[in-house]
Design a protein around this ligand. Structure first.
Ligand code: TEU
Ligand code: CA
Length: 611
């Protein structure tokens, strides 16, 4: 018997229901003891992932790269970074994934390449070679007063505080780089360039059997025509970052349609990373099935809670957001697809975000940490959309503590350029510099991209948290990033057989999601008690084909909270139920022992509403 093909108007599809696990290759598992994760390391953990309930893996860039931005600066799309392995290892990995009935997605990074890519080397060599317009080149402006050479416009780069333009001596022109200077933006206006991207970055891998792509910065390919001056957003900065000029340009959907035509030949799926786009209609342009653009996108609403959105992400005094703001962000991503043919994703972490337990719950004590990790897991498995889990999230990893992980351990290009900018700004004033560096450390300890990139802790008793496989010998090299100071406490080995561990809870929660697919993955989301500062309360409802309703109560507070009264039928929005007729049956909770009237710190419960 086949089940229904649509729930609440959403067509049912395998990739909407899949559990996707994100792998950061440098930091997942080292097979040969050189301190750097690799493809064989990934292969060796596939059974672990299957045991957790993972159905699809997404691997961050494993292509050849000088690693200025950990592989997001690609020098050859058709080769593997030698320290990760080679093409044969990749082919074996794809095969082993498929043998287990799982699927594999790669990262498609085509807004920019590395400055070491052959295409850029050709492009920068002169103005009249066949690749001269494959990147975004412009002549310098000249300051009329001083005669000084100036960049073509005032755009700021995403990383650091500097200009988005870099002068090239050979070509005697500037090139645009939205990210680091070593990552020049490709010129999507050139058709020859686009064709080369499709062949090299996409078809090369689709022909080798990959099932889809996570599409990096998917809305950046089309920039504002003429590259006009940006409005002043940060009055204290010489350069400005204006998403309105960099993102969602006029040709973006034409470009994505071209990409989609290729993907469709292979039945490949896509999840686009959609920075700086919060307008619902704008997001829907990317994910409505009828528009044939992307399968789904990552919206930034939730993970940017707590950022400083004006002067820069890390300029913050934590937490810098309130629970109603967090709930608002969740609501926006949930409401996006209600009544439309679009699709969304569910995630709290990735390689660019600090650990969710430290940001949205608490890492102050082991008890709070474990409870918070479980509560966040329970929240996520109840949300509509495709579920993504980032490596280490399933064991409740937290940010590296301030006391035991000093600022010099932060090596991500985004962190390094940020600290460098602070040093330049306060160069002449030692006292101000000291304070500014202290604040910068606070911001980075809270939000840096370094935290999720710290090597995965597999075994608390082995060197460096067991990052290298035991087969690699008893004394592996120190990992490329300093190990997590809490690896002895938070690791896979100590959790995998413990019925009360975060890992075991995640495994059960993912099962729970799969046992209640219609309700949890496709159901309509409705927030209750929206202004409450401690509780997140919501319902999930299926109207058709079979009516069902779930009710979730999550205590986002370090203290106990009173359980709210049983909701009335009006709150639930279910017609035809008399007041007082609502009965709740517990489906899943974070804590074993329960007090009907009180919620413990970070306790969460999900009930079935019997109506
Ligand atoms: O991130 C793109 C992005 O939009 C950035 O805003 C990102 O949030 C970054 O952390 C800014 O602080 C993607 C990748 O996920 C990221 O790792 C890369 O560095 C970036 O693209 C460039 O390829
Ligand atoms: Ca290795």
């Amino acid at each position: 018997m086949t089940g229904p093909t649509a729930v609440n108007g959403h067509s049912k599809t395998w990739w909407k229901e899949s559990i996707v696990y994100q792998i950061y290759p440098a930091s997942f598992c080292d097979s040969n003891g050189d301190g750097i994760g690799d493809l064989r390391g990934i292969s060796s953990r596939l059974d672990y992932l299957r045991g957790l309930g993972v159905e699809v893996i997404w691997i961050c860039p494993m292509y050849d790269s000088p690693q200025v931005d950990m592989g997001y600066d690609i020098s050859n799309y058709e080769a593997v970074y030698p320290l990760y392995g080679d093409l044969k290892d990749m082919e074996e990995l794809i095969e082993q994934v498929h043998e287990r009935g799982m699927k594999i997605m790669l990262d498609l990074v085509v807004n920019h390449t590395s400055d070491q890519h052959a295409w850029f080397k050709a492009s920068r060599s002169g103005k009249d070679n066949e690749k001269s317009d494959w990147y975004i080149w412009r002549p310098a402006k000249v300051d009329p007063r001083t005669g000084e050479r100036l960049p073509p416009n005032n755009w700021r780069s995403y990383f650091g505080h500097g200009s988005a333009w870099e002068w090239d001596e050979t070509r005697q022109e500037y090139y645009l780089h939205i990210f680091a200077a070593e990552m020049p933006d490709l010129n999507w206006e050139s058709e020859a360039c686009r064709k080369a991207i499709y062949a090299s970055a996409m078809e090369f891998w689709l022909q080798r059997g990959v099932d889809g792509f996570r599409v990096d910065t998917v809305n950046l390919y089309s920039k504002a025509p003429g590259l006009p001056e940006a409005r002043i957003i940060d009055p204290n900065s010489k350069y400005q970052l204006d998403p309105a000029l960099v993102c969602n340009g006029p040709r973006i959907h034409e470009f994505i349609s071209e990409m989609n035509a290729i993907l469709a030949k292979y039945g490949a799926i896509t999840v686009g990373e959609l920075p700086a786009t919060t307008d619902t209609d704008r997001v829907l342009d990317y994910v409505r099935a009828s528009k044939r653009q992307l399968s789904m996108v990552f919206q930034f609403d939730v993970v940017q809670c707590g950022y400083n959105k004006v002067t820069g992400r890390f300029d913050v005094a934590p937490p810098n957001y309130t629970l109603p703001e967090f709930k608002d962000a969740v609501c926006r991503t949930q409401a996006l697809i209600q009544g439309t043919d679009g699709w969304t994703s569910v995630f709290l972490e990735n390689h660019d975000q600090a650990r969710s337990v430290s940001r949205f719950a608490s890492d102050e004590t082991p008890g709070l940490r474990v409870a918070g990790a479980k509560m966040l897991a329970l929240m996520q498995v109840c949300l509509t959309g495709t579920q993504y889990v980032y490596q280490g999230q399933e064991i409740g990893s937290v940010n590296a503590p301030k006391e035991s992980y000093p600022l010099e351990n932060y090596i991500d290009v985004n962190s390094v350029l940020y600290v460098q900018g602070v040093k330049e700004k306060y160069a002449g004033d030692p006292a101000a510099l000291k304070k500014a560096l202290g604040d910068a450390f606070t911001g980075l300890q809270y939000l840096a991209r370094d935290h999720p990139r710290i090597p995965m802790a597999w075994d608390g008793d082995a060197p460096y948290g067991g990052f290298s496989l035991p087969e690699a010998g008893p004394s592996p090299k120190e990992p490329w990033m300093k190990a997590h100071p809490l690896a002895g406490e938070i690791n896979v080995k100590s959790q995998i057989d413990d019925p009360d561990s975060v890992y075991t809870f995640w495994r059960r929660a993912l099962q729970f999601r799969k046992e209640n697919v219609d309700l949890l993955i496709y159901g309509d989301f409705k927030p209750l008690l929206h202004e409450d500062e401690h509780l997140m309360v919501f319902t999930k409802t299926v109207w058709e084909p079979v009516r069902a309703c779930a009710y979730a109560v999550l205590n986002f507070s370090k203290g106990e909270s009173k359980m709210p009264g049983v909701p009335g039928w009006k709150d639930l929005g279910v017609d035809g139920v008399e007041e007082g007729d609502v009965r709740l049956t517990l489906l899943m909770g974070t804590h074993g022992k329960r007090d009907e009237a009180m919620l413990l710190p970070f306790e969460g419960r999900v009930y079935r509403v019997e109506v």
